[in-house]
Design a protein around this ligand. Structure first.
Ligand code: 13P
Length: 255
């Protein structure tokens, strides 16, 4: 049985007070989770200690950061190291989100450094990949996503891969209201699993959770999560409302 995860990516949203209220509303409606059915919440850096203390007693709801530094410590104004995150109660780091790649020009070599920083500080990584619309329109999405994985995850050991969760987020579906169809999601997730199998073997490929992200919401989560290779979701907009996020968590539990 593979681990399933629903993760909230709050991106650059919510005041400290709003974040606190949202977490209160989520935990108030939280269904029973376990080792294999987990929830992750990724607020901004500012929220992390507050969110971590709110979630302290919830063993299967983890706090994630949306980014970490490539370096361990030192004169890097504005950066936050993986060790700092770990000391703040952070369990997981999202690395390689398309918004970081596009707006902050994060390239594969930097992403790999960040992955190492997170793993070296005993945190899990949600590694994001996904193609832009012109690549999809050209029918080249499989090789594009394989390239993103080869340039980063292929540099890891089998042991390190135990701490990796992959999130497939087609850029054309992020925040656009246009979701990948269940067929498109399943096809890409199966492809990603075959790419992982080629390098790491069947055990690792079968064990690695692959989440879907991109306009996943309370309406479409059941259908997306019913796909055999979709192991949950990385949720943006719909994670900012407790009701919608709880519905998505329940969809994961039913799948
Ligand atoms: P939306 O759910 O708002 O499309 O965002 C998806 C995403 O980028 C999650 O990381």
């Amino acid at each position: 049985m593979r681990k399933k995860i629903v993760a909230a990516n709050w991106k650059m949203n919510l005041s400290l007070e709003e974040g606190k209220s949202l977490v209160e509303a989520i935990v108030a409606g939280l269904p029973e989770l376990n080792e294999m059915r987990q929830v992750v919440i990724a607020p901004s850096f500012v929220h992390l200690t507050q969110t971590a203390s709110q979630l302290d007693e919830y063993d299967h709801v983890q706090v994630a950061a949306q980014n970490c530094a490539t370096e361990s410590s030192g004169a890097y104004t504005g950066e936050v190291s993986a060790a700092m995150l770990q000391s703040a109660g952070v369990h997981t780091v999202i690395i390689g989100h398309s918004e970081r790649r596009e707006y902050f020009h994060e390239a594969d070599d930097q992403l790999l450094k960040k992955i190492h920083q997170a793993l070296n500080n005993n945190m899990q990584v949600i590694f994001c990949c996904g193609e832009p619309l012109p690549v999809r329109d050209a029918g080249k999405e499989n090789e594009y996503v394989a390239g993103q994985i080869e340039a980063t995850l292929f540099q890891l050991t089998d042991d390190q891969m135990k701490h990796i969760v992959v999130a497939y987020e087609p850029i054309w579906a992020i925040g656009t209201g246009r979701t990948a169809s269940a067929q498109q999601a399943q096809a890409m997730h199966a492809h990603i699993r075959s790419v992982l199998e080629r390098k790491f073997g069947a055990d690792t490929a079968q064990r690695t959770p692959i989440l879907y992200g991109g306009s996943c919401n309370a309406q479409n989560a059941v259908e997306l999560f019913a796909c055999g290779d979709v192991d949950g979701g990385l949720i943006g907009g719909a994670s900012l409302k407790a009701d919608a996020f709880l519905t998505i968590i329940n969809a994961m539990l039913q799948s």
